[in-house]
Design a protein around this ligand. Sequence first.
Ligand SMILES: *Cc1c(COP(=O)(O)O)cnc(C)c1O
Length: 220
Amino acid sequence: MDIAQHIHELQKSLPKGVTLVAVSKFHPVEALQEAYDAGQRVFGESRAQELTAKQKVLPKDIEWHFIGSLQTNKVKDIAPFISLIHSVDSLRLLNEIEKQAAKNERIIKVLLEIHVAEEETKHGFSLTDCHKMIKQLPDLPHVKICGIMGMATFTDDNVQVQKEFHQLSELFKELKQTAFRDSKDFSILSMGMSHDYKLAIQEGSNMIRVGTYIFGNREY
Ligand SMILES: *Cc1c(COP(=O)(O)O)cnc(C)c1O
């Protein structure tokens, strides 16, 4: 099956209200163009340099999402055009996004990345640190916190995966009713990848990030 077919199949099968982010990291612009021609407009990348290079040559109505770990010194490169940063994992990064958004006279939308998986290597706030950080949030006029993002442990154990997605979902609901009660923007729960997006949707995800299923394996 080709890229266009995978996009069409996914789009057809997704419940209403679930946004598909096509994760195109490590794939050539030709592959992205193929997805674009199949109607896909939202793309996710995980490295600033690769993202800016692709953004320059691909159609201007693409909505670019940043999903990887973001170094503060790279924020300035993506600030002029980025639609959503999924991977905010420190107050320091938030402050830098505020600064660069202001410079570009933009408001940048972000998600807080939450760590629930068992792997040590995954980034993100712990549940405790997330609450702590939110309590001491400074005024950020050029940043909109639109929700949370998380990953489940990479395992065949569906019970475990479901449990972790459930944790994220509960946190999302809780924040929506408390700290972000007055925010219309706090509405995105980004969870689910190629191998676990169905479970994620069952647990309430409304934004999935799918790479391998659409584009095939990545070459590193
Ligand atoms: C690479 C990546 C994805 C996509 O993973 P697939 O298994 O290829 O669907 C989703 N989210 C994040 C944060 C990623 O880094």
